[in-house]
Ligand binder design. Structure first.
Ligand SMILES: Nc1ncnc2c1ncn2[C@@H]1O[C@H](COP(=O)(O)OP(=O)(O)O)[C@@H](O)[C@H]1O
Ligand SMILES: [Mg+2]
Length: 293
């Protein structure tokens, strides 16, 4: 594998350099990352403790441009702390964060925003009393002759929602309080798109949603990825993960235990890794484990 080969055509997302026929047990192969085809975002050996609690203990994660990466793990595995580290809420104790192959420090949410990272938290951070347009332009209002350019903002909001195929919203002038959970999620994502995000992080995007709304959010995730935006989604729901993700990273007790293209996992193997940190059924991983002994 030479840099020239890599540059001539993009490597398949999430593929390991060594052939990638199996989920790579973390700490051995680690996330793919060559100097030419560097991932959009890469975490290497991130650690974070809160007092006596070691919340993160070696998190490796690589997200490629336009890739949908699912971050899965049991309760307390470190998923939320990981995304808060990427979002600039917490600074890691140790480890490296790379953006397009360059080491970066994300010490504040503004740093994340400046890189093009938008995080949509579970509570969504929309203002219920404001309408959709107002929410989408909150803090970035368009002005014309020192007045709000309502026409321009409405046009842009409509176009973005249409691009994302969000069709169920009756009026972009209705208050966000009147929207369903899925619609709120759509507005939050559309807001991220309008901010020219390169990476959208979703914390449990479908947790509170019904079947139809879940479908809507999953297709929204697909649409984002088609537009070249990478998505890092935390999910408890493996059905959602297998429906939409290109790749999976599994955390167990604050540590990355497996990562790779979705095709290398089935739900049994994913559940094994999530609950025990290893998988007997994952032949490749078992082989690697024997090698080490
Ligand atoms: N602000 C905090 N202070 C102390 N401990 C925390 C804090 N945030 C998370 N933790 C601990 O870190 C570990 C990982 O938490 P978290 O990332 O929220 O897990 P997950 O999102 O995977 O369920 C847990 O043991 C949790 O109790
Ligand atoms: Mg969490």
């Amino acid at each position: 594998m030479t840099p020239a080969d890599d540059a001539s055509r993009p490597a398949p997302a999430g593929r390991e350099a060594s052939g990638g026929a199996q989920p790579a047990p973390a700490g051995r192969a680690g996330p793919a990352g060559t100097s030419s085809g560097a991932p959009l975002l890469e975490l290497r050996g991130i650690t974070k403790h809160f007092g006596a609690v070691q919340a993160l203990d070696g998190v490796d994660l690589a997200v490629e441009e336009g890739q949908v990466m699912a971050l899965v793990g049991d309760n307390g595995a470190g998923k939320s702390v990981t995304i808060k580290t990427i979002s600039g809420i917490w600074e890691p104790d140790d480890g490296q964060v790379l953006w397009k192959g360059r080491p970066v420090v994300i010490a504040h949410p503004n740093d994340a925003r400046d890189l093009g990272i938008t995080t949509v938290y579970q509570d969504l951070a929309l203002c219920d009393n404001l309408d959709i347009v107002q929410n989408m332009f909150l803090g970035r209002e368009k002005l014309r002759h020192r007045l709000l350019d309502e026409d321009e903002m409405e046009k842009a909001a409509k176009a973005t929602l249409a691009d994302l195929s969000v069709t169920t919203i009756r009026s972009i002038r209705q208050p966000v309080a009147s929207l369903s959970g899925g619609q709120r999620q759509s507005v939050a994502v559309a807001k991220a798109v309008m901010a020219n995000s390169k990476l959208v992080i979703l914390d449990e995007p479908t947790a509170a949603l019904g079947v139809a709304q879940t479908e809507m959010v999953l297709s929204l995730v697909r649409r984002l990825s088609e537009q070249g935006v990478a998505v890092l989604a935390i999910s408890h729901n493996l059905n959602d993960v297998f429906a939409v993700a290109d790749a999976i990273t599994v955390l167990h007790l604050g540590h990355t235990v497996a990562a790779g293209p979705i095709a290398n996992f089935d739900s049994q193997v994913a559940v094994d890794y999530m609950t025990t940190g290893r998988s007997e059924r994952d032949a490749a991983s078992a082989a690697l484990a024997t090698e080490t002994e």
